[in-house]
Design a protein around this ligand. Structure first.
Ligand code: SF4
Length: 372
C-alpha cells in the first residue's frame, strides 16, 4: 500500500482553496483572540453529523443569543435546548452547555489553545480538537473524520476496511504526515471542503478535482470502491406508542426525558416501545404505569409518524387518551422521566421536543385549526 502523497499535493489543494474558499459565517479569522475559537468550536459541534446548509441558521441564532462563550455558559440549559431544537443529536447541546460552563469557570472564558486542553471539554473528540487547534489557533494538528478518510482512501487507493481501529490509526498518521508546515488550519478546511464538494461519497467529480494528478483511485478506476467498509446490518425498526393525555381542564400531560440518554432533557408525549405479544394500546398503558404511574383510557389513534434515528427507525403511534388518575391516588410520579407537567396545547411551543413529537404537535395544531 502506497501511503504518501507528493509534496505538491498540499500546495495544489491550498491553491484551490484560496481560489474558491467557500464563504461560511464561522470562517472569520482576525476576530479578537477569544471570539474566533468560540465560533469555530460552536460551528464544529453543530457540523458533527449535520450538513452545512442546515447549520447556517442555527449558527446565526446562537451567535445572536449568545455572542460569547460566557453568555452561553450563563444561559439556562432549557433555553439552549430550545434553540437547538430541530438540529438533532441533543447530547451535543448538553455537552455544548457544559463545555461553555467549563471554559467560563476553569479557563477564564478562553478556550485552551492545545489539543490536550481541548480534549478535556465535554463533546470534543480528537477530530474536533484538531479542527479547533488548527483553524482557530493555527497549530499544526491533523484531523480525521469520515470525509477525510474518504478523500485519503481514494487518493492513496487504500483497500483496507476503514472501520478497523488499526486502519483508522493509519489515517491519523497519513493526515499528520501530509500537513504542510504552514497554514495547517486552511489545509484542514480545504481537505474538508474537497470531501464535501468534490470527492463526495457517491459521485466524486474527478473531472474538476484540483488534486486529480495525485489520485491513485482515479488512475486505477477504483473511486467507487473506496473507502472500503463492511456491509451494514439492516437498520432495526421499532413500533413506539405515545399518549396525548387530556385532563378535564383541557390540558395535556407531557414528560421530560431523563437527562442522560437519547433525546435527554427534551419533552415528549409519554409512551414507549412495543414489546412482543402486546397490542399498541396495551403497550401504551404499560409504559404509562412504568414511567409515570398513571392510568388512562386509550382512545383513537390520532396520528402515525415515521422517524429515523442514526441506528434505528421508529413508527410512532400517538393515541388520544383520557386521564383516569394516578396509581397512588395522589399524583403522577417521575419513575422513568425527569419531570412531568400539564400544559394547554398553546403552551407546548415553550418546551423543547424531538422531531417526531413536533410532528404530533403539528397534527394537533392542524386539528385545532380545523375545529376553530
Ligand atoms: Fe476524489 Fe476523484 Fe479527486 Fe480522486 S480525483 S480525490 S476520487 S474527486
Amino acid at each position: 500500500m502506497t501511503e504518501s502523497l507528493s509534496p505538491h499535493f498540499s500546495a495544489d489543494l491550498l491553491a484551490w482553496y484560496d481560489a474558491q474558499a467557500v464563504a461560511l459565517p464561522w470562517r472569520t479569522p482576525g476576530l479578537a483572540d477569544d471570539a474566533y475559537p468560540y465560533r469555530v468550536w460552536l460551528s464544529e459541534i453543530m457540523l458533527q453529523q449535520t450538513q452545512v446548509e442546515t447549520v447556517r441558521p442555527y449558527f446565526a441564532r446562537f451567535m445572536a443569543a449568545y455572542p460569547t462563550v460566557n453568555d452561553l455558559a450563563a444561559a439556562p440549559l432549557d433555553d439552549v435546548l430550545k434553540l437547538w431544537e430541530g438540529l438533532g443529536y441533543y447530547s451535543r447541546a448538553r455537552n455544548l452547555h457544559r463545555a461553555a460552563q467549563m471554559v467560563a469557570s476553569e479557563f477564564g472564558g478562553r478556550f485552551p489553545a492545545s489539543v490536550e486542553g481541548l480534549l478535556r471539554l465535554p463533546g470534543i473528540g480528537r477530530y474536533t480538537a484538531g479542527a479547533i487547534a488548527s483553524i482557530a489557533f493555527g497549530l499544526r494538528e491533523p484531523l480525521v473524520d469520515g470525509n477525510v478518510i474518504r478523500v485519503y482512501a481514494r487518493l492513496l487507493d487504500i483497500p483496507d476496511d476503514v472501520t478497523q481501529p488499526r486502519v483508522q490509526a493509519r489515517f491519523w498518521e497519513i493526515a499528520g504526515q501530509t500537513l504542510p508546515e504552514q497554514r495547517a488550519g486552511d489545509f484542514n478546511q480545504a481537505l474538508m471542503d474537497l470531501g464535501r464538494l468534490v470527492c463526495t461519497p457517491r459521485s466524486p467529480d474527478c473531472v474538476s478535482c484540483p488534486v486529480q494528478a495525485h489520485c491513485l483511485a482515479l488512475e486505477r478506476g477504483t473511486q467507487a470502491e473506496r473507502p472500503v467498509k463492511p456491509r451494514r446490518a439492516p437498520t432495526p425498526h421499532y413500533e413506539v406508542t405515545a399518549g396525548i393525555i387530556w385532563n378535564e381542564a383541557g390540558q395535556v400531560l407531557i414528560a421530560q426525558r431523563p437527562h442522560d440518554g437519547l433525546l435527554g432533557g427534551l419533552w415528549e408525549f409519554p409512551g414507549g416501545k412495543q414489546e412482543a405479544g402486546e397490542s399498541l394500546p396495551e403497550c401504551l398503558m404499560r409504559e404509562l404505569h412504568e414511567e409515570l404511574a398513571i392510568s388512562v383510557r386509550v382512545g383513537e389513534e390520532f396520528v402515525v409518524v415515521k422517524h429515523a434515528f442514526t441506528h434505528f427507525k421508529i413508527t410512532l403511534h400517538a393515541f388520544t387518551c383520557a386521564y383516569l388518575g394516578p396509581d397512588d391516588g395522589i399524583a403522577p410520579q417521575t419513575l422513568g422521566c425527569a419531570a412531568w407537567v400539564w400544559v394547554r396545547p398553546d403552551e407546548l411551543s415553550r418546551f423543547s421536543f424531538g422531531k417526531a413529537d413536533r410532528q404530533v404537535i403539528a397534527a394537533l395544531e392542524a386539528r385545532r385549526g380545523m375545529l376553530l
